[in-house]
Write a protein that binds this ligand. Structure first.
Ligand code: XMP
Length: 513
């Protein structure tokens, strides 16, 4: 997508780099992350309104520490260095960076000695968040110190002639009380950005661009019913109408009545060209006797492609495939990507474009999940739909542990529905990242009436998280757990015991398989 204005963030490996990008976008300015090795020629080409050098785990004096070309400072574009970025600026301008005697981690108070545009309006003594063991012991030439903390004499510097600024602390983290003020000062007072990165503008420019790209040709998309694919389909159909063919594959691994609900919601609200295929028998027959979670995922991924390809084959002249890929999957970040992808191969329809010789269109390649939700709101998707918890591609297959049968899926669906229903009834659904039931391949003894039972154990899982990479178990009131457990055992045949999962991620994962 084309943008008038952007802030370029060069990533030196900080765990907060994505957060910087998100904060900037919250202020309605578009921002992009690139590795610190991004060539200077590309930086010039992209005409950024400002450049941010991120933090990073190394020390600038380490052998092999990442660096940048000094040309960056001579482009006439404002630069802000954060933590490692500040130290890099110092090392380029004859400053000295050394290991601190008294390291400062966490919350400290900022003492402003010389307010500049960057710190304009920031209260003296406000709390900022530090996270590095190095500090500047000789001021870079041409710079002045604008603030210090108890143990960091050079905590913020500026060179207003060259428009170069540096902060030792992290304005992007929520613990830095006036971090947004500082970021906004950089964006609007220093870089003179316009706040025009809004859902309406995004929708408008994407629709125009897709119209030009696809023209009168046809595109296809897999409509899973998840937020990303749904919002993508609605957006693209705004541009090409009926030439977008949406295929919904009911794998038989969805929650109770889910496929029907999704199709109904689209029929009621949008004029999408949707074909729904019930392939549950095929999926279940292929999954018969399969226990290994990775083999389950592989079978589901391949079967999905098989079904989708067959259906798509019925249409002529399809040239494009629409996918709801998000920015975090695209960023070529210095930080190691989430370990979960190597622990579990996440199912997606990645093999499709090459196999079917389709050109890929990914309208959300530059968006974070919350931005896609905003686009969804703007396109009129119901709130209850947008706020749904994430659901894994392989669906209930990874929540029926062990062998998957229709009967076991049915038990899980009933129990899961009760759990989710109670979360809504108590108004806690939105406080939780993901909640679901898991059917264990374990039977236990119980007593119902005067008879002995020997039936399934069901686990409940509910976690809080911000991105699914780490998670903590949700602390329910005991009375809530009691209510859900009783309702499930009374109403779901085949379950005589309910347990609650109190593991965090890591070391556990969110799903059980
Ligand atoms: P884990 O279980 O790895 O899950 O902690 C992290 C997030 O990813 C979802 N998940 C998947 N999503 N295909 C998906 O599309 C998968 O195979 C898959 N496995 C896990 C999980 O629901 C959670 O939101």
């Amino acid at each position: 997508m084309k943008h008038q204005q952007k802030i370029l963030i060069l990533d030196f490996g900080s765990q907060y780099t994505q957060l910087i990008a998100r904060r900037i976008r919250e202020s309605k300015v578009y921002s992009e992350i690139h590795p610190s090795t991004y060539p200077i020629s590309k930086i010039k080409e992209s005409l950024p309104q400002g450049i941010i050098l991120s933090g990073g785990p190394m020390s600038v004096y380490d052998e092999g520490a990442p660096n940048i070309s000094k040309e960056i400072f001579e482009l006439g574009v404002p630069v802000l260095g954060i933590c490692y970025g500040l130290q890099l600026i110092a090392s380029h301008y004859d400053g000295r960076v050394e290991q601190a005697q008294n390291r400062e981690y966490g919350k400290v108070h900022l003492e402003i000695s010389n307010s500049d545009l960057l710190l304009d309006g920031v209260e003296n003594n406000s709390i900022v968040w530090m996270s590095h063991g190095d500090l500047i012991t000789r001021l870079p030439s041409g710079f002045i110190v604008t603030a210090n903390t108890e143990n960091t004499p050079v905590c913020s510097i500026s060179n207003s002639d060259k428009n170069i600024y540096g902060l030792q602390f992290h304005p992007e983290v929520a613990h830095t009380r006036q971090g947004m003020k500082i970021i906004n000062n950089f964006l609007f007072k220093i870089c003179k950005c316009k706040p025009d990165w809004t859902p309406e503008n995004f929708i408008h420019s994407t629709v125009e661009e897709v119209k030009t790209k696809i023209g009168n040709k046809k595109a296809i998309c897999a409509l899973s019913g998840g937020v990303d694919s749904s919002v993508a389909a609605i957006l693209i159909s705004k541009a090409i109408g009926d030439n977008l063919i949406c295929i919904h594959v009911d794998t038989g691994l969805m929650r109770k009545n889910e496929s029907e609900k999704i199709i109904k919601m689209f029929e009621a609200n949008y004029k999408l060209n949707v074909t729904s295929i019930n392939a549950s028998e095929l999926f279940l027959s292929k999954l018969k006797n399969i226990i290994d979670p990775e083999i389950k995922r592989k079978i589901i991924g391949n079967t999905f492609i098989e079904v989708f390809e067959k259906e798509a084959g019925k249409y002529k002249d399809i040239e494009f495939l629409i996918q709801g890929t998000l920015y975090p999957d695209v960023i070529e970040s210095v930080t190691v990507k989430g370990a979960s992808s190597t622990i579990k191969t996440h199912h997606n329809v990645g093999g499709l474009p090459e196999k079917m010789n389709l050109k890929l269109i990914e309208p959300f390649r530059e968006l974070f999940k919350d931005e896609v939700r905003m686009i969804g709101y703007e396109l009129g998707l119901p709130e209850i739909f947008i706020k749904r918890h994430p659901f894994p591609g392989p669906g209930l297959a990874v929540r029926v542990l062990g062998e998957i049968t229709e009967e076991r899926l049915e038990i899980l669906r009933e129990a899961d529905e009760i759990f989710i229903d109670e979360l809504h009834a108590d108004n806690i659904y939105d406080k939780i990242w993901q909640a679901f039931a898991v059917l264990l391949p374990v039977q236990s003894v119980g007593v119902m009436g005067d008879s002995r039972t020997y039936e399934n154990v069901l686990a409940l899982r509910a976690v809080t998280s911000t991105d699914g990479m780490t998670a903590d178990w949700y602390r329910f009131d005991n009375s809530f757990l009691e209510k859900v457990s009783n309702r499930i055992i009374r109403n779901v045949r085949g379950v005589n015991r309910v347990v609650y999962d109190i593991s965090s991620k890591p070391p556990s994962t969110i799903e059980w398989e």
